[in-house]
Design a protein. Sequence first.
Length: 132
Amino acid sequence: MEVTGAAVPHVSRRDIASFARKVLLAADSAEKLREISLAMVNDRTMRGLNRKFRARNKTTDVLTFPGERSCEIVISVDRARRQAALEKHSLATELHYLILHGVLHGLGYDHETDAGEMDALELRVRTKVGLT
């Protein structure tokens, strides 16, 4: 597990990596993804990635780039910070939500095209990892 990008105040890279592993175990998918790379970026970088890979000229909170048995998850810390304030929880909690969401995309789930499977699994995994 590799965590790169800007440091996030009050959230250690070790805790981020540990949470991603916890999500994989809770989703019963530890064998499906052998390697996860998590990159923490700002809105400007995320907007560029979203424009390049999804043809959407705006920032987003999380992008996932799945591979054979790996994935790269990119999170906008700027966006996560705003969402945490709106939801009235900590930045660490918001990052956990986004990591969970990104891992599920890395496992091949897509809430934009499935019949609710990803959303249902996300709720089950949230409960298992203590994100309610």
